[in-house]
Design a protein around this ligand. Structure first.
Ligand code: FAD
Length: 529
């Protein structure tokens, strides 16, 4: 396979223009196969904004072309291979059907293992109704919401599939997502996203494949305890609508996400080793998408997709402030999972065609900010802010909100005054009433510094809605680096909630890694572990 990289195309050019350009480079009329392997937008030198592509072609004389054409090379396509291991007698229980749990379950099932996936929330079709009821009328179902239910926390998201990790399993995740309904461009676009609309279909399709392969997926089934024998897992205690029951198993994968506070407590009570970890707290900032587009792309913005941004600044106080999970053309969503707490996050549809751009604006929080050395201190820190926001917002899940002009003390006369998108509604407040002082002080400083990087970021017509407390896990469930098991043999902390991933892709990759380790550990003789 010949890969030709760094092919530049104008913003008006189409993929058929790309093919023509490649055939011209090769000096041929046709090739055996033609596939885009990478696509990105280069907007560094405005107004010269263009697309940059890499393509893979199969043709005669590839060695010859690899020498002749600049930026070209011969590449071999790699396929994912699961380690070859023996059977496992009892089913592997996977707790949680977020990206980590789904990919763990799918990978094990594809390789002949019996899996039972437990999900405390409902299947995605039912879950969507509960989430709508919360957004429209403020009725929160603590077991079926934006955090809990099939697909996990990212189901109602922008579905950004970018990640900072480098791992050969990323390709497997993208291929599975595409096979289950994600658009083909996720396989090559430098900043792939699928949107909430695709995600809900994808997770349902993955569930069907797991079931076809003989796996079970049980909704409204919550892990409430683990049974051990001599320091090893021997059962999962499950709560369901028809009562409590036990599944006999020697392997439990804990892919529980960052919001399963009752499960964290249960694990702490069972002396599962956990430690405090740093995370971040802040709020969602919403700007006019048109303003962001102009700022990022200049005059060319109308021909390009909705622009995004990603910024980080370091303050003299030593705190870091950064933007996170930016959702172009998206909306701010109510993401609470506990009664009496307000939580925000962001989502968008694949088209990203909403009027507002939103992003989390986060301040880093470290264990030195907690009052105790309780491993769950970070979780209590989050909860305190969420409950204060509930009070300040009016005790009806309205989110506290403030215009950037008022927050910074600048005049509010912007031509880009935006309407907050959070539902059920917002309550206009002074955000200092919600957050510890170091958070609001840092956010203020951060906004002003970021305006130097992205003109308009401090626009006084923008709005801030919060709090955003659940951007990552407040705790780490400690696992052995080699075997990926906790201090209990057969218990595998996995994904974001365990503190080993951040975001859809890295959680999904961790799910596959965990699947491999479950198979490898069980395939080894007992004495080798
Ligand atoms: P989760 O997805 O949180 O899944 C955990 C699952 O475990 C949940 O379904 C929960 O119900 C279940 N569970 C918990 N406890 C139990 C129990 N005791 N018994 C049974 N089941 C249990 N990331 C991105 O990369 N891109 C984005 O665009 C993006 N946008 C986001 C938007 C929103 C609104 C939110 C909330 C998150 C977003 N994220 C995004 C983050 C991303 O969703 C998470 O990083 C990812 O889902 C973590 O995957 P996970 O499988 O580890 O955990």
């Amino acid at each position: 396979m010949l890969r030709i990289s760094d092919i530049k195309l104008g913003t008006d050019d189409t993929e058929s223009d790309l093919r023509k350009k490649v055939l011209k480079l090769l000096g041929v009329k046709n090739v055996k196969s033609f596939e885009i392997s990478k696509k990105s937008i280069d907007a560094r030198k405005k107004p010269d904004i263009h697309y940059v592509y890499s393509v893979d072609v199969e043709t005669d004389n590839e060695e010859y072309y690899a020498k002749k054409i600049k930026n070209s090379q011969i590449v071999k396509k790699k396929t994912y291979e699961f380690p070859k291991c023996g059977k496992i007698d009892k089913p592997v229980v996977i707790v949680g059907t977020g990206p980590a749990g789904l990919m763990c379950g799918l990978t094990l099932a594809q390789n002949g293992y019996k899996v039972i996936l437990l999900e405390r929330g409902k299947c995605v079709e039912e879950r969507m109704k509960d989430v709508e009821a919360f957004w429209e009328a403020g009725f929160l179902n603590p077991e079926s919401n934006v955090q809990f239910g099939e697909g996990g926390a990212g189901t109602f998201s922008d579905g950004k599939l970018t990640t900072g990790i480098k791992d050969f399993r990323i390709r497997k995740v993208l291929e599975e997502f595409h096979k289950h309904g994600a658009p083909k461009e996720i396989l090559y676009y430098s900043k792939p996203h699928v949107g909430t609309d695709n995600l809900s279909k994808m997770v349902a399709s993955i569930r069907s494949e797991i079931r076809k392969l003989g796996g079970e997926v049980r909704f409204s089934n919550k892990l409430v305890n683990v049974k051990t024998d001599n320091g090893e897992i021997c059962g999962a205690v499950v709560e369901s609508d028809s009562g409590e029951y036990v599944i006999e198993t020697n392997n439990i994968v804990l892919a529980i996400g960052h919001s399963a506070r009752d499960t964290f407590l249960m694990l702490q009570n069972r002396n599962i080793a956990m430690e405090q970890k740093s995370f971040s707290v802040g709020a969602r900032i919403e700007h006019s998408q048109e303003m962001i587009n102009k700022s990022q792309y200049g005059k060319a913005y109308k021909k390009l997709p909705a622009a995004d941004y990603k910024m980080a600044v370091h303050l003299e106080s030593g705190r870091g402030v950064y933007t996170f999970c930016m959702c172009p053309g998206g909306r701010v969503v109510a993401s609470a999972s506990e009664d009496g707490g307000v939580v925000t996050n962001g989502m968008s549809y694949f088209a990203r065609d909403g009027k507002n751009a939103n992003s989390a604006l986060l301040v880093n929080v470290t264990p030195s900010d907690f009052k105790t050395d309780d491993p769950l201190a970070g979780m209590y820190f989050q909860r305190e802010i969420e409950q204060r926001a509930f009070e300040v917002g009016g005790k009806n899940y309205n989110a506290p909100c403030q215009r950037v002009g008022d927050f910074l003390g600048t005049e509010s006369n912007s031509e880009y005054t935006v309407e907050p998108t959070y539902k059920p509604n917002v309550t206009w407040v002074n955000l200092d009433e919600v957050f510890p002082k170091f958070i609001t002080d840092s956010m203020r400083e951060g906004i002003v510094l970021m305006d130097n990087k992205l003109h308009g970021f401090a626009d006084n017509g923008a709005v801030i809605t919060g709090p955003e407390t659940r951007s990552s896990s407040p705790v780490r469930i400690i696992r052995d680096k080699k075997t990926m098991q906790s201090n209990i043999k057969g218990l595998y902390p996995c994904g974001e909630g365990a503190g080993y991933a951040g975001g859809i892709m890295s959680a999904a990759v961790d799910g596959i890694k965990t699947a491999e380790m479950v198979a490898i550990n069980n395939g080894r003789g007992k004495n080798e572990q």
